[in-house]
Write a protein that binds this ligand. Structure first.
Ligand code: MN
Length: 359
């Protein structure tokens, strides 16, 4: 079979002649021959397979530079690249979805038609942080107040002041009364202040490993809980006896699980399971996840550092949260369980119950 004209080749590969000319210029798909007289591009039939791959990858929304790279790979590595690309797309979509649900909640709250008619809700809460049995000092910070719940897990030589500074920056939100319309901006400002405070602890010339922290916090607004989360501390929601993890760990292993590179079981024992890809520290991606949760009567929230979730099985956590009604007692029991499993890390827990206010 002879060479194909650009028109025939375009039809067979589902790429337009215009796209084919562009891909030629970019070196992505070079014609087998260019007629020296007419300048017409001619393609070999065996180039169709690559052309179709390019067309499919374009349909996925992959940038040309990335397609170019994939075209140089064997099938196996190419498959892994496509999988990694798609995991990134999904992560970006998840972040946009969070923002969208935040905005929907925020606007619904402002909508008079949606204003709650039921009894006012409040929270009761307790926080406890413990050094554990192995570490020399406690670099975690746990805090619970009438409006703010927070857990921060500091790391590096300045880990303790870093986690304390991050939580302190959010405490400002507790004293100000918050106009509903400003919630998102105020949270972003508070996170910015927390970042600066952490950088202040680390010092300008220090390495990123010098000082940093995770930060997972919920702000009670009277009918909703605004969630801010960065790092591998977690929030669980106990609702009708079931436990849901409502935050995603910003760790290397979690993204490897998301990309299908390792299984969730392999992640548990992975040597680098605590390596953070997002945190409050210099040089790291410091963008937190933000979300708004409608408060429901009898919901119970647990915020915890990885010192709990790494060593205490989820089912044990669920059992304690279901069985023990007083938040004070529940946090004590959870910390005791972590220490009962060797207490290898600092452990912090905040438990908060949404309930009707007594009038
Ligand atoms: Mn920790």
């Amino acid at each position: 079979m002879g060479l194909l004209t650009i028109g025939t080749f375009a039809k067979a590969s589902r790429l337009s002649p215009k796209a084919l000319r562009l891909y030629d210029e970019l070196g992505l798909l070079t014609p087998a021959r260019v007629d020296p007289v007419t300048g017409y591009r001619l393609y070999a039939p065996e180039q169709l397979e690559q052309a179709r791959l390019v067309a499919w990858l374009r349909r996925l929304g992959m940038p040309l530079a990335r397609i170019q790279h994939i075209c140089t790979l064997e099938a196996g590595p190419a498959a892994r690249e496509v999988r990694a690309f798609w995991a990134q797309v999904e992560a970006a979509t998840a972040a946009r979805r969070d923002l969208a649900s935040f905005l929907i909640g925020h606007l619904s709250w402002k909508d008079p038609a949606m204003s709650p008619t039921a009894k006012p809700l409040g929270i009761r809460y307790a926080a406890l942080s413990d050094t554990g049995l192995v570490r020399e000092s406690n670099q975690d910070t746990a805090y619970a107040g009438s409006r703010l719940l927070a857990v921060a897990d500091g790391f590096g030589s300045g880990g303790a002041p870093a986690s304390a500074a991050a939580v302190d920056a959010l405490k400002r939100l507790e004293t100000d009364s918050i106009p509903a319309g400003d919630l998102l901006n105020l949270l972003e400002d508070a996170i910015e202040q927390a970042k600066q405070a952490v950088n202040g602890v680390a010092g300008p010339a220090s390495s990123p490993e010098e000082a940093g922290t995770t930060l997972t916090a919920m702000l009670w607004t009277g009918s909703q809980l605004a969630l801010v989360h960065i790092g591998d501390s977690r929030v669980y929601l106990l609702r009708e006896g079931e436990l849901f993890q409502i935050t995603q760990d910003h760790t290397m292993v979690q993204s490897m699980v998301d990309e299908g590179r390792i299984s969730p079981e392999e992640a548990v024992s992975h040597p680098q399971r605590s390596l953070l890809i997002r945190a409050l520290r210099q040089g790291a991606d410091g963008t937190p996840d933000m979300r708004l949760h409608d408060a429901q009567r009898e919901d119970r929230y647990l915020l915890c550092s990885d010192g709990l979730s790494t060593v205490v099985p989820t089912e044990e956590i669920r059992r304690v949260l279901s069985d023990i009604s007083e938040p004070e007692q529940a946090v004590r029991e959870l910390v005791a369980l972590a220490n009962g499993s060797g207490g290898p890390d600092n452990v912090s827990c905040v438990v908060a119950d949404v309930m009707e206010l007594q009038q």
